[in-house]
Design a protein around this ligand. Structure first.
Ligand code: NAP
Length: 435
């Protein structure tokens, strides 16, 4: 049997691993990017070394004799979904949820207001990222909207001392921009309270450990009883302990600060006045939020909205636009023959990297139960190679990826570190070719 996997992020690679290792199936993994690992490379913050090191384990799967990598190939453009299913016995879509969510507020489309997804792409060296060097060289106050782990990552990257970032694999132009950054305060704005936030404690706590950075919380934003507010949820209980400790710290004069503004929903942004207008909110017992009519203005040279990712529609594949996922039952796509789904595009943008392993293995189990007894109708392995060559598509195979990997390690070693990310697609493709 021969299966195509669309997306070389954790879900795709875990699916390929399960197919090749547990079921002896041949797998071709496609990705629109020239390099594998998806959000582990272009999402996980570069200063989170241990989470980022999952990459080394993931890429081992691409060396499996039954697995091939086809980077720089966009399914839906270079090969249509209809063609793909005609070439393979089955297809698993694992292309993630890379789109940002909008707030729908006035001023959101100004040049100083953008999505966290864009900022994360930039600091991780994504080839399609816009450049934030100019903005960081002018801004003093940045508002980050959202109370999730991406908001924490973005806040930390904006305010962490550069001496602690130098060791990361961030591209040199990103490190230079952070070195020249004038950002002094990050205001983290969320529409609910600290006990409703989706931060994980380790990530949250790190914000209070940054040298030269104070963390400010309004004591009135804390619940009257932590036990009642956490309702047995251990993560919430631990998060509340962290923010309560911060609220009780003596105030000190520091060069930089993180100011949390809970119970505040954004209403409008004025780039001209460099301010975000928020309305204080009340959270009702059923979790709904209610406006209080009380307005506040927060200084904001830049606004970064970090209000979640969402999946996008791939032409020829069913899509539930209300939920921004591919509709499925046990990983089998509803309304498409021999087609399956795993990862964020199956269940939405939540969970840790390991969640995708369980998810991918479950989808592969469904696929094997459906198809393992059927005779293979797949095209020979060379078919897709000829198709791509005929169409003039320069795909990156595993040897090409290894050349990129070696070049990144060599570049990093010049500054005494493990690796430096190469961010230009042109350079990545040229390295992959062996130039
Ligand atoms: P998230 O945890 O879902 O947080 C999204 C935040 O946006 C929530 O606070 C949400 O508030 C808020 N929000 C949504 N719509 C809003 C609106 N219209 N106005 C104001 N606020 C709004 O998502 P995420 O931070 O993007 O993270 C995605 C996933 O990646 C999560 O599973 C996360 O844990 C994971 N991740 C993990 C790490 C790590 O482990 N180090 C790092 C990064 C990401 P409401 O609750 O009020 O809707």
């Amino acid at each position: 049997m021969r299966v195509a996997v669309v997306g070389a992020g954790p879900a795709g690679i875990y699916a390929a691993e399960a197919l090749a290792t547990d079921h002896n199936v041949e797998v071709d993994v496609f990705d629109t990017l020239p390099v594998p690992c998806g959000l582990v490379r272009y999402g996980v913050a570069p200063d989170h070394f241990s989470i980022r090191s999952v990459r080394d384990k993931l890429v081992e799967t691409l060396d499996h004799p039954k697995v091939r990598f086809f980077g720089n190939v966009t399914i839906g453009t270079d090969i249509s979904a209809e063609e793909l299913i005609s070439i393979y016995d089955a297809v698993i879509y694992t292309y993630g949820a890379s789109q940002d969510r909008a707030l729908g507020i006035e001023g959101e489309d100004s040049d100083s207001c953008f999505a966290a997804t864009e900022f994360v792409k930039w600091y991780t060296g994504h080839p399609d990222a816009q450049d934030f060097s100019g903005q960081l060289a002018r801004a003093q106050d940045v508002v980050v909207i959202g109370l999730g782990n991406v908001a924490v990552d973005v806040t930390r990257v904006l305010i962490k001392p550069i001496s602690e970032m130098n060791e990361t694999d961030m591209p040199e132009h990103v490190l230079k921009a952070l070195r020249n950054s004038t950002v002094r305060r990050v205001h983290v704005v969320g529409r609910r309270g600290p006990h409703h936030a989706t931060f994980t404690t380790k990530e949250l706590k790190e914000l209070g450990e940054l040298e030269g950075v104070s963390v400010n919380i309004m004591a009135s934003d804390l619940p009257s009883s932590d036990a009642e507010a956490s309702d047995g949820n251990r993560v919430v209980e631990r998060n509340l302990k962290v923010v309560r400790d911060w609220a009780e710290r003596d105030s000190v004069d520091t060069p930089k600060a993180i100011n949390f503004r809970f119970y505040s929903t954004p209403l409008a942004y004025s780039e001209r006045d460099s301010e975000l207008v928020v309305e204080r909110m009340t959270v009702l017992p059923d979790g709904a939020i209610q406006p209080s009519g009380e307005l506040e203005r927060i200084p904001a040279d830049l606004v970064i909205r970090s209000v979640g990712y969402k999946g996008s529609h791939l032409t020829g594949v069913p899509f539930d636009s209300a939920k921004s996922v591919i509709p499925s039952v046990d990983g089998k796509i509803i309304g498409a023959e021999r087609s399956y789904v795993a990862g964020w595009i199956k269940r939405g943008p939540s969970g840790i990297i390991g969640t995708n392993k369980k998810d991918a293995v479950a989808t592969v189990a469904t696929l094997m139960a459906d198809l393992s007894e059927q005779p293979s109708g797949a095209q020979a392995p060379d078919y897709v190679v000829s198709l791509l060559k005929d169409r003039g598509i320069q795909y990156v195979d595993v040897s090409g990826w290894k050349r990129i990997d070696a070049a990144e390690r060599e570049l990093g070693s010049l500054s005494g570190k493990e690796r430096t990310t190469i961010h230009e697609r042109k350079t990545l493709l040229s390295l992959a070719k062996g130039n």
